[in-house]
Design a protein around this ligand. Structure first.
Ligand code: 0RA
Length: 649
């Protein structure tokens, strides 16, 4: 074999080893499920590229009973000929060499091969095994890899009369810990989004892990317009048709195209999703700012021209209230702020999106004056409501100062002033609050008892004044000391870097009421202090469900399974030892020492960290669970009832 071959195969091995050693750098966190699922997107992206190139109308994803996953497309099939530089099949090069995907085919706007980033080889490296099956030129080709290394060369194993590629892989569980199972909901949400963004692409997901296989199919001929319609599914749209804007501009780097769908509803939130070459940019970027500028100037311009404005102009926030929009940019050579592509920074995109949107939306308003008037009226209303909320909040702030220092009287604060080590427990009820105050480590743990059910802010979204006047909510805002409200441009809005405590720990009883109170608190935090959640400051305390005792030995159990395990352990060889079982219904039943020992001691406690996979889904969940619509809630609960394992009736 040539020296070149030896050199490149060493390079391949080193590359695979690097991925196995530092999976986090290539695929995201290997513990919390993000890298595990990233593996799927990486493999699917290759097939999406094959669709973008016009060669496959459909992609099948199968969750197999052995916990492997298969992705099948009906495209041209990965090339199988010997690659001249490497002396092995092109397929093997794609499967083993980092970043090889893009080099074989230089059509623009590829999702994979340098855009998402790492390519299928990185997934191969972290898989116990990966199989590739290629139907091409009438022949079925097959190759297996283990930990990224070929078990044998690509082999011909049969004949076929179709074309396409199937890649199956089983994640290596020595690399992925904690979350080790593929999550159907997460996969479904993401792939549904993929099919919205690729009008006409059929994506079929087969979950074959349970006895009863589950198949879900996504095919949206309407693309982005259907995406927006679904974002507004539970809202009252203000205009029947989704507005669709398409444009393209030539740049030095090649053509940049813009596709935008938008619709206003009677909602109070805004949700604008941004994509570059089918990849979500969750922090927006230049397409987002171009769109925002165009919206503000277009709507203000129209309102002025028609004499609809009374006082000053409408703010960006006002015109975006109730807006659902998806903007998808295709760019031959985009730049992002980081590896994870969360934010687009290509500066030329601002002007392109701005111009395209300004022109086309202006035309739409001229042709649809009734809709335009409704949109302006909605923005005027938003502007008034915002002014009222601002006044209510200022009043709250002033009152806080009058009461002395601003900290609420019910707060038992901690001694430390270093927020990084400080924790605040939001505790249900005064009696549990009392135990927590006595039991805590007063150096770093503060206790804020909250009385009864706090206000359901989901039902008061349109009445912000009422939210800010609520006693328990004022108390929370003042204790946390970081402002309130999710619009960073607003003075007094929530700023996570001002938090007085880096851990906000919700501690409620382990019963249905406790779960309800916890949800009310989370709803408030999500609607008014969202970064506290998204930046990982919110936790849920886990009080024990049982105390088990035998003689002087006593242990705590946090679940029924654990109760059974510990009971067996305490019994030892004597099946008749009668073990004392105390079921805790409320935090109040524990004395301060027990509460500290089981739930609050940082050295031994377990807590759940609140995380969010998908902001739109979370929004929808709060809307359904906490909002006004009873039939919707019933349907949601019925749908998820089978997932509920722990009902206490
Ligand atoms: C490189 C070149 C060609 C196709 C592909 C890659 C390809 C890769 C994957 C990965 C999953 N499915 C895929 N389908 C195709 C084009 C080869 C030709 O010109 O025929």
């Amino acid at each position: 074999m040539s020296d070149d071959y030896t050199a490149s195969s060493i390079q391949v091995l080193e590359g695979l080893e690097a991925v196995r050693k530092r999976p986090g750098m290539y695929l995201g966190d290997p513990h919390d499920g993000s890298a595990l699922h990233h593996c799927i997107w990486e493999v699917v992206d290759n097939s999406v590229d094959e669709h973008l190139a016009g060669h496959t109308p459909r992609i099948d994803i199968t969750l197999n009973p052995d916990h492997s996953l298969s992705v099948r497309d009906y495209g041209r099939g990965i090339p199988v000929g010997v690659h001249e530089d490497y002396g092995v099949s092109a397929a093997e090069v794609i499967m083993t060499k980092l970043h090889a995907g893009g080099k074989f085919d230089n059509s623009s706007y590829k999702v994979s091969g340098g855009l998402h980033g790492v390519g299928v080889s990185a997934v191969n490296a972290v898989s116990e095994w990966m199989d590739v099956t290629i139907h091409r030129s009438g022949i079925i080709h097959f190759q297996r890899f283990e930990a990224g290394i070929p078990v044998a060369p690509l082999a011909e194993i049969g004949t076929c009369d179709d074309t396409g590629t199937t890649i199956s892989f089983k994640p290596d569980l020595s690399i992925f810990t904690e979350v080790t199972e593929f999550e159907f909901e997460q996969i479904n949400t993401r792939l549904k989004e993929t099919s919205f963004l690729n009008a006409g692409l059929q994506i079929v997901i087969h979950d074959e892990r349970a006895e009863e296989p589950h198949v879900v199919e996504h095919l949206y001929e309407g693309g982005l317009a259907e995406f927006v319609r679904q974002l507004n599914e539970r809202k009252e749209a203000m205009h029947e048709d989704v507005i669709v804007i398409i444009g393209e501009k030539e740049t030095e780097k090649g053509p940049v195209s813009v596709e935008l769908a938008l619709q206003w509803s009677d909602a109070f939130s805004e949700s604008i999703l941004c994509y570059t070459n089918i990849i979500r940019n969750k922090d927006g970027g230049t397409h987002m700012s171009g769109l925002r500028t165009a919206l503000t100037s277009c709507i203000n311009g129209y309102a002025k021209k028609r004499n609809l404005l009374k006082g000053e102009g409408l703010s960006g926030e006002d015109v975006r209230e109730g807006l659902a929009a998806v903007v998808s940019v295709k760019h031959p050579d985009p730049s992002f702020s980081s590896q994870t592509k969360d934010k687009l920074v290509s500066s030329e995109v601002t002007g392109i999106v701005q111009t395209v949107v300004y022109e086309k939306l202006g035309e739409f308003f001229e042709e649809n004056p009734t809709v335009a008037k409704q949109i302006v009226d909605k923005a005027l209303l938003a502007s008034k409501a915002r002014e009222a909320a601002r006044k209510a909040r200022d009043l709250t702030r002033r009152k806080g100062v009058l009461e002395g220092g601003g900290l609420p009287g019910k707060l038992a604060d901690c001694q430390s002033r270093d927020p990084r080590e400080c924790e605040v427990y939001l505790v249900e009820g005064d009696s549990a609050g009392g135990s927590a105050k006595t039991g805590r480590d007063r150096r770093i743990q503060a206790i804020l008892p909250l009385r009864g059910k706090i206000l359901n802010v989901e039902r008061q979204k349109h009445n912000l004044a009422k939210v800010f006047q609520n006693q328990e909510i004022q108390t929370m805002i003042r204790a946390l000391g970081a402002g309130v409200g999710n619009n960073p441009e607003d003075e007094g809005s929530f700023k996570p870097d001002k938090l007085r405590y880096h851990k906000i720990i919700i501690m409620t009883d382990a019963d249905i009421d406790g779960a309800h109170i916890r949800t009310l608190m989370l709803t408030f935090l999500w609607r008014f202090m969202r970064p506290a959640i998204t930046e990982g400051h919110v936790y849920i305390a886990q009080p024990p469900l049982y105390q088990l005792s035998k003689g002087r030995v006593s242990k705590y159990a946090f679940s029924d399974d654990e109760r059974d395990r510990i009971t067996a352990e305490l019994r030892g060889d004597n099946p008749n030892a009668k073990i004392g079982v105390q079921r805790y219904k409320g935090l109040g039943e524990m004395n301060p020492e027990q509460l500290w020992e089981t739930t609050m001691d940082p050295a031994t406690r377990t807590m759940l960290k609140v995380t969010v996979q998908n902001a739109e889904e979370t929004d929808r969940m709060f809307e359904i669970l906490m909002g006004e619509d009873v039939p919707d809630r019933r349907a949601f609960i019925e749908l998820h009832a089978k997932e509920v394992t722990n009902l206490d009736i």
